[in-house]
Design a binder for this molecule. Structure first.
Ligand code: CA
Length: 421
């Protein structure tokens, strides 16, 4: 009888892996050999098949059906509730520490990341995009309005946001077609321009996923808001600045935003992010009581944006989620204070996450200062906005006391626009 594999021979994650034992994110994958979509976690360079783990009875005592792992989305798993999903994560961690169990489930359940195809992990019912970085809102205010009064009077009073388009959120790796659309006439009173967007941009954001539904008319009190948040993802809110600039008055973003957003394939749970809680920026003036909170509600998550072509790879932005002025419980409390309901799988994005320094700006709009400061690229070219053929890569990870919890990447390659007319 063969012995279980020797611990030394087991492929443990490298120390700089996003997918350490401290993480255990959730996703949906398939392989060429087994094309049915199913739930998984990530460990080092491997995807671990949770349906197979369930079939091998590793979750037997946790008392839930294997069906929640045998679906094309994680919604039913997430809907089990935090108590159960956290227990699943803990069980996986225990098994990873147990050499014998690890040997067994590694042999049956692990697939190399190269073999795994990742899919959109949730059926997104609704999507809201906030505007919660004070540096971003200030930069945009300076660029488009008045540097002396960059923030509008409402900005420090509530988390500003808009309802976005859920249907066009795609998983990392999905190509993004440059959108067509109208933009401002060359002369006042003239006909609008029409064609492929000339000012295609990324927005460095993070999203959170709702884990518990409410009924219409049931606000979420801020002290309970964290109970409703399952986990977080990387999020690139692609933006066509020329389309946006012409259409946004008076009702806000529309076709400049709804052609695509890219989300990371891995949902990192709030339990995994617990060690990385930090204080947020001081809020002044004091906010209304329904937005007041206690404790550390921000998270120290390093963020990076890379522009990549066949010839080079250039980091254009390094920011951090901890810069957010409005935190997630405030966003959720505000979103529901009027009785608006939430559903499992809803996506709430942060808004562009900019920092104070010029290399921490989370969009090309800010990095190139509306095109006036083109960014030099390693091949001698420059970028004001994103070119056809450019791949935009978002990365994010938290690290502290030797613990690393990462989000992987949110990748999108920009393809030329298709002719419309
Ligand atoms: Ca946005």
């Amino acid at each position: 009888m063969s012995a279980s594999p020797v611990p030394d021979s087991m492929p443990r994650p490298a120390s700089n892996s996003d997918f350490s034992i401290h993480n255990i994110p959730f996703g949906i994958f398939s392989t060429a050999k087994e094309p049915a979509l199913r739930a998984c976690t990530a460990y080092g360079d491997y995807v671990i098949d949770l349906k197979m783990m369930h079939n091998l009875a590793f979750f037997k005592d946790l008392d839930f059906s294997v069906e929640v792992f045998a679906q094309s989305t994680l919604n039913d798993f997430i809907a089990l509730g935090k108590e159960k999903t956290a227990a699943v994560r803990l069980r996986i961690q225990e098994l990873l520490k147990d050499d014998r169990a690890f040997g067994l489930f590694f042999n049956y359940c692990a697939v190399s990341m190269e073999e795994a195809r990742m899919h959109l992990p949730i059926d997104i019912k609704d999507y809201t995009d906030f505007y919660s970085s004070i540096e971003h809102a200030t930069n945009v205010g300076c660029l488009f309005r008045d540097p002396e009064n960059a923030l509008l009077p409402n900005w420090k009073r509530m988390p500003i946001g808009y309802h976005g388009r859920a249907s066009s959120i795609v998983v990392s790796g999905t190509p993004i077609k440059r959108p067509f659309g109208q933009s401002r006439p060359l002369e006042d009173g003239g006909d609008p321009q029409f064609g492929p967007s000339k000012l295609l941009d990324f927005e460095l954001e993070m999203g959170f996923v709702i884990g518990k539904a409410t009924k219409l008319g049931q606000p979420i009190p801020i002290a309970q808001a964290e109970d409703y948040i399952f986990g977080m993802v990387l999020f690139n809110d692609w933006s066509a600045r020329d389309i946006q600039g012409w259409e946004y008055v008076p009702l806000g973003p529309f076709l400049g935003k709804n052609f695509a957003s890219t989300m990371g394939a891995w949902i990192v749970t709030m339990e995994a992010l617990e060690p990385f809680r930090v204080e947020g920026p001081k809020q002044d003036p004091v906010v209304l009581p329904y937005l007041q909170f206690s404790g550390k509600k921000n998270y120290d998550i390093n963020l990076e944006v890379i522009i990549q072509t066949d010839d080079f790879k250039a980091t254009v932005c390094e920011s951090n989620f901890k810069y957010m002025y409005w935190n997630m419980p405030q966003q959720l409390a505000h979103h529901t204070v009027n009785g608006c309901n939430v559903n499992v799988g809803d996506m709430y994005a942060s808004g562009t996450i900019s920092g104070k320094t010029k290399t921490a700006y989370g969009s090309m709009l800010e990095l190139s200062w509306r095109g006036t400061n083109p960014l030099p690229m390693p091949d001698g070219s420059t970028r004001k906005f994103i070119h056809d053929g450019d791949t935009v890569v978002l990365r994010g990870y938290a690290q502290k006391d030797g613990i690393r919890v990462g989000f992987g990447e949110a990748i999108g390659k920009v393809l030329p626009a298709d002719p419309v007319v």
